[in-house]
Design a protein around this ligand. Structure first.
Ligand SMILES: [Zn+2]
Length: 432
């Protein structure tokens, strides 16, 4: 592979600003730097010097920020075709829109077409890693990993497990779900950059036997992930209490089935109790904050400041949660996360926001040693943020006092137009 370098202002984090004594010291911004990439990883980050042009192919990005590729900790690729489904809250929305859509993924050709479009759209929005839900059909996972492997993107995905409370065409059984998932793990986990997640949809659509089997499967395959939904909507929380009367709340259903721990990622967690936050902290389980989805479905306001509280901090990443979420863009997601934080009486500045979208997401996915930062040895997944993407953005940036203000303006005005380029393992995969 060629030795290539990107020249521009480099942004990366060296720690967690939510926990650091001096939060600002966790952010490193280096103007006119050179990121040297070799064999898919960052070989060096150095100040630019014209001499470099002799030994390297240098791509220069003026008026831009080189940022670690964005990380989406919760998203459903099969729902790409149903973004913006009108007028329903979670349980209604699943029955009316989601289940009929997911039935179409029995067809491998349909799954392949949507997987291609979905991954292209992620890259157009600067997202280079995501934790992705497929459907109950193994062929939907096959289609997704095939395309991701072709693009060499680092992705986490898994077959949905559902053995009750859904249309017959979308049901597996505790045994078949276990066997199908096991075969997919053997085929895809660790192949190139692909990683597998055991994926029960949520407690209401899995029997206690299926949740037990999922816990067993996850333990039998160290290094794999566990992803599911948790406490998104009040009617859902009440339903879980009805279905599992002998458990102490929603998270306890997963905890007792062996589904909490490092590499477990719970989507939403809007209505968590203090005991549930404490359980996440104790077990190392991560939460995916999905603000555009929570606002769109009227689910509620995730309490980020409480989740990250010093003393018992929980790992948190950002999720778009398409198709209940309304944008592929982590910049748009950050803009809505800011509004949700405000509604909770707190705030989310650019320092903490960009951490969540990059290194914080990597930490939530237990990948912070290989992605989410721009530093030697890290995989070269880099997004180029355009500070002059639109006339309004260019005008507003001219009035920004410092880098943090520029980043906050990107959180407020930025979207896919602000993504000038996306590099994946040192290869250019999107250019605007
Ligand atoms: Zn979801």
């Amino acid at each position: 592979m060629a030795r290539r370098a990107l020249r521009g202002t480099v942004l990366t984090f060296t720690g967690d600003p939510f926990l650091a004594e001096d939060p600002a010291a966790t952010l490193s911004i280096t103007e006119d730097a050179l990121v040297v990439m070799e064999d898919g990883v960052v070989a060096a980050v150095t100040p630019y010097h014209p001499d470099h042009e002799r030994a390297l192919e240098v791509v220069h990005y003026p008026d831009a920020i080189l940022c670690p590729g964005f990380i989406d900790c919760h998203v459903h690729y099969p729902q790409t075709q149903m973004i913006g489904a009108y007028g329903a809250q979670l349980l209604d929305w699943l029955n009316r829109y989601t289940f009929p859509t997911e039935e179409q993924f029995a067809d491998p050709a349909h799954a392949a077409e949507v997987a291609r479009l979905f991954l292209a759209e992620l890259l157009r929005n600067g997202t280079t890693t995501a934790a992705v839900y497929c459907t109950v059909h193994p062929q939907s996972v096959e289609a997704f990993f095939t395309e991701s492997h072709r693009l060499n993107t680092r992705m986490i995905a898994g077959k949905m497990l559902m053995d009750r409370n859904a249309p017959a065409a979308l049901l597996d059984t505790a045994e078949s779900g276990h066997a199908d998932s096991k075969a997919l793990i053997e085929r895809w986990h660790g192949k190139g950059r692909q990683l597998y997640a055991v994926t029960p949809r949520f407690a209401p659509t899995s029997s206690p036997e299926q949740l037990e089997a999922a816990g067993r499967l996850w333990r039998e395959h160290p290094g794999t992930y566990l992803q599911t939904h948790l406490s998104e909507n009040e009617a859902e929380v009440a339903w879980v209490e009805e279905l599992f009367p002998d458990r102490h709340g929603y998270l306890d259903v997963y905890d007792k089935a062996g589904l909490t721990g490092r590499r477990a990622i719970f989507g939403h967690a809007v209505h968590l109790t203090e005991a549930e936050f404490a359980c996440c902290h104790r077990t190392g389980s991560a939460l995916a904050h999905c603000p555009t989805s929570n606002l769109f479905l009227g689910s509620g306001m995730f309490r980020l400041a409480e989740a990250k509280r010093r003393g018992r901090p929980v790992c948190v990443g950002l999720g778009t949660d398409l198709g209940a979420g309304t944008s592929f863009s982590q910049l748009r997601t950050l803009g809505e996360a800011y509004k949700v934080a405000h509604a909770n009486g707190t705030a989310l500045d650019a320092l903490h926001g960009f951490y969540l979208a990059t290194r914080g997401g990597a930490q939530a996915l237990d990948l912070e040693r290989i992605i989410g930062s721009i530093a030697p040895g890290y995989e070269a997944d880099i997004v180029v943020l355009d500070l002059k993407a639109t006339p309004l953005l260019a005008f507003r940036m001219a009035h920004a006092q410092d880098w943090l203000e520029k980043l906050f303006v990107l959180m407020t005005l930025g979207d896919d137009r602000a993504i000038r380029a996306t590099w994946v393992a040192g290869e250019l995969r999107h250019a605007r």
